[in-house]
Design a protein around this ligand. Sequence first.
Ligand SMILES: Nc1nc2c(ncn2[C@@H]2O[C@H](COP(=O)(O)OP(=O)(O)OP(=O)(O)O)[C@@H](O)[C@H]2O)c(=O)[nH]1
Ligand SMILES: [Mg+2]
Length: 300
Amino acid sequence: MQENFKSGFVAIVGRPNCGKSTLLNKLLKQDIALVSHKANATRKKMNIIISFKTNKNEESQIIFVDTPGLHHQEKLLNQFMLKEALKAISDCDLCVFMASIHDDLKYYEEFLDFSNKPHILILSKIDTASKEKVLQQIANYQKYDHKFLSLIPISSSKSINLESFLTEVSKHLPYSPPFFDLEILTDESLKQIYKEIIRESVFNNLSDEIPYESDVKIEKFIENKHLDQVFGKIFVEKESQKSMVIGKNARTIKRIGKQAREKMEKMSEKKVFLHLQVFVQKSWSKEKANLKKFGYDFED
Ligand SMILES: Nc1nc2c(ncn2[C@@H]2O[C@H](COP(=O)(O)OP(=O)(O)OP(=O)(O)O)[C@@H](O)[C@H]2O)c(=O)[nH]1
Ligand SMILES: [Mg+2]
């Protein structure tokens, strides 16, 4: 191991839907974090571990912490999500604030109001804006150049500036031996990743409030070398939502299951048997004790 190895925790925060989880999947070259075109997809912190070597041959292990989007909503689950993001900011060595290129400057100003963590500012989704708009936004944010370590416009979809971003992150990490084995991509269990894949499929196949009022539990998980057996339960708040998740002739639940299974198989490079059932659990997201049963513990 090199003596000048760097390693540290880097929280990636920003408004819902700005592209945090997409960027981390892209850097990892694996779809581990849940991504959705709907906002508020990520509910809990997740570590994504990247090994990186700069062109000066400096090595680092960057432990990115994916977080729920910074937002304000009365609902208890949303308060839990905000708490997760704030905890990640306070625990990390370095923070990355991500704003979509289309976002108003005020969201960054709000972040500056409550956090004085050293941070890199990234402007995401620049593939969706004109060159003029990108330059204009960079100029707008420059007014705070005494606050951020650097400002990097990026596109995860088009792989623009991702290498420069990692080089910059690495530059600001402390010297330390790696925290995790170098082959590890995340410290999440396969069972937890499978759960998020099912939740992603629910998010991307259902509309209205259902994704926000549903969650997934894996009741039984049998892991084998060539075949994983996954028995999952989708929980919703109301009977009417249960019928929507199942769909006419069970078409919707079959689609959710098929998409999830295909993604699990791609990720694990194994065959997956996935069995899904839908249950109603009234107020699962509206009481602290119930949320805890779904892994959202306010005391943690
Ligand atoms: N065009 C374009 N779309 C992007 C890019 N990055 C992310 N997206 C899309 O933006 C949407 C939101 O992406 P996510 O990665 O789930 O965003 P997030 O910030 O993790 O969202 P929350 O978990 O809800 O806070 C998805 O539909 C992505 O495909 C990008 O660089 N370019
Ligand atoms: Mg996310």
